[in-house]
Design a protein around this ligand. Structure first.
Ligand SMILES: *[C@@H]1O[C@H](CO)[C@@H](O)[C@H](O)[C@H]1NC(C)=O
Ligand SMILES: *[C@@H]1O[C@H](CO)[C@@H](O)[C@H](O)[C@H]1NC(C)=O
Length: 423
């Protein structure tokens, strides 16, 4: 069931010229490639997505939808550019989905000119940002309490439910709200995993997704890249599954402490800033060419935004089994859930719409051979696009200072080509 909100396209056009029009015009002008205008880093760290987007004079709509199993998800929409740039009805819709421990904030926190959501809005797209169940903006349920003591019912979900239930509900709602028959999907890392899950379990969604742009795609994780996670995967898969049985549920919620540490220890001039930078190196690869250390306080204030323990367990299971399979509950529960002792594999050949894979040699989380395998198994792969900068890392696909040049501009070009061919 979806909670429906009436949406009137005309209402956006009615907004008058803002008092900051000249300032804004100058900013729009600077929005040429590479321009940066986050004007107050510490303030940006303390705002949530709606506040942050509005601060930079972009329109923001907050929508709440409910999944069929009762999770209440926050969807954020930037319907057009700043100062009424590109206010039109019936524009192509782009739905953007964050990675593990991320949120819609990941697509705006780098600021206008650099963050994907603003770039897409200025380029004339109707931009929707998703939030997976359990993160800061989707930490609600009709009956279950995420903070309940001795009861982790809220947290009993893996990547499977996020793909199968959250994505499908979000996509249906967006299509209904915009009156479009299809949308373009951009996912980052886990945002690609849950897409592959959704579309292989629900092949009928190939019709609704005009094109899919996978940034740092994660399906198979068979090649060890020598990281701690790879080494520990077999143990971690068991330990994490047991932890969820024992009642643990949430991992790394949005944290006041990290926000505080980000501000006190990681801002420019702080002696600890290099250490803060190395934390990013540990979690997602960090590369001097793309890393803007000035932005660390904003990054840490918004990310991690929380996730369910079973998401980690699910990833670890796939690493351990070298497969891409549904969540493994253990033999008895698997029999009940799937009718087989071993969880079924996701059938990628059922994904028949055009899929573009953006990947990089410098990405320590995504191996080139795994990307090849994914590409070969997809039902309608369109193109594999290797980022031309060798050191481009996992995190750079969303936060790289030149992500626009290396990735986003190409995504926009492909969306336009597909959209025009569908007219
Ligand atoms: C890093 O971010 C700050 C604050 O937004 C900005 O002023 C600076 O130009 C950025 N540096 C690069 C290399 O983009
Ligand atoms: C995967 O899907 C394709 C297309 O529907 C089908 O032909 C194939 O048998 C499926 N593979 C498995 C292992 O179920």
């Amino acid at each position: 069931m979806l909670v429906i909100f009436a949406i009137f396209c005309v209402s956006f056009a009615a907004a008058g010229r803002s008092p900051h029009a000249d300032y804004v015009e100058e900013l729009v002008r600077q929005n040429a490639f590479g321009a940066r205008i986050s004007d107050n880093i510490l303030e940006d760290a303390s705002l949530d997505v709606p506040e942050l987007v509005r601060k930079y004079n972009y329109p923001l709509e907050e929508h709440f939808i409910m999944t069929q199993d009762g999770y209440i998800l926050g969807l954020h929409r930037i319907p057009h550019g700043r100062d009424n740039n590109n206010v039109r009805c019936n524009k192509p819709v782009v739905f953007v989905m964050h990675g593990l421990l991320g949120s819609s904030a990941d697509w705006v926190l780098m600021g206008p000119g650099t963050a994907l959501a603003y770039i897409l809005a200025e380029e004339g797209f109707d931009v929707w940002l998703g939030n997976a169940r359990g993160n800061y903006y989707s930490r609600r349920h009709l009956t279950l309490n995420p903070d309940a003591e001795n009861d982790n019912s809220f947290w009993r979900f893996s990547l499977d439910e996020i793909g199968n239930l959250d994505l499908s509900a979000s996509i249906d709602y967006i299509l209904l709200a915009t009156g479009r028959s299809g949308l373009h999907y951009v996912g980052m890392s886990q945002g690609t995993t849950v897409y592959f899950i959704m579309n292989s379990l629900r092949p009928e969604y190939s019709e609704k997704i005009l094109s899919m742009h996978a940034l740092a795609p994660v399906a198979y994780q068979t090649q060890s890249r020598g990281t701690l996670m790879d080494a520990l995967a077999p143990i971690a898969a068991d330990a994490l599954s047991w932890a969820t049985v024992l009642g643990f549920g949430e991992m790394f919620p949005k944290s006041e402490l990290l926000a505080w540490a980000g501000q006190k220890l990681c801002q420019d001039e702080a002696v600890f800033q290099p250490i803060c930078s190395s934390i990013f190196f540990l979690i997602g690869g960090w590369n001097m060419d793309q890393h803007n250390a000035t932005m660390i306080p904003v990054m840490l204030a918004h990310t991690p935004a929380g996730a369910g323990l079973r998401q980690f367990a699910h990833f670890a299971q796939n690493v351990a089994t070298k497969g891409f399979r549904r969540y493994d509950y253990g033999v008895l529960l698997n029999l009940a859930a799937y009718g087989t002792a071993v969880p079924p594999s996701y059938n990628l050949s059922k994904i028949t719409n055009p899929v573009f894979l953006h990947y990089s040699e410098g990405d320590t989380r995504v191996d080139l051979a795994d990307v090849d395998r994914l590409y070969n198994e997809l039902g309608g792969p369109k193109e594999k696009i290797l980022v031309s900068q060798k050191t481009f890392s996992h995190i750079d696909f969303m936060w790289g200072t030149n992500a626009r040049y290396y990735v986003f501009d190409r995504v926009i070009r492909d969306i336009r080509i597909i959209d025009n061919s569908n007219k």
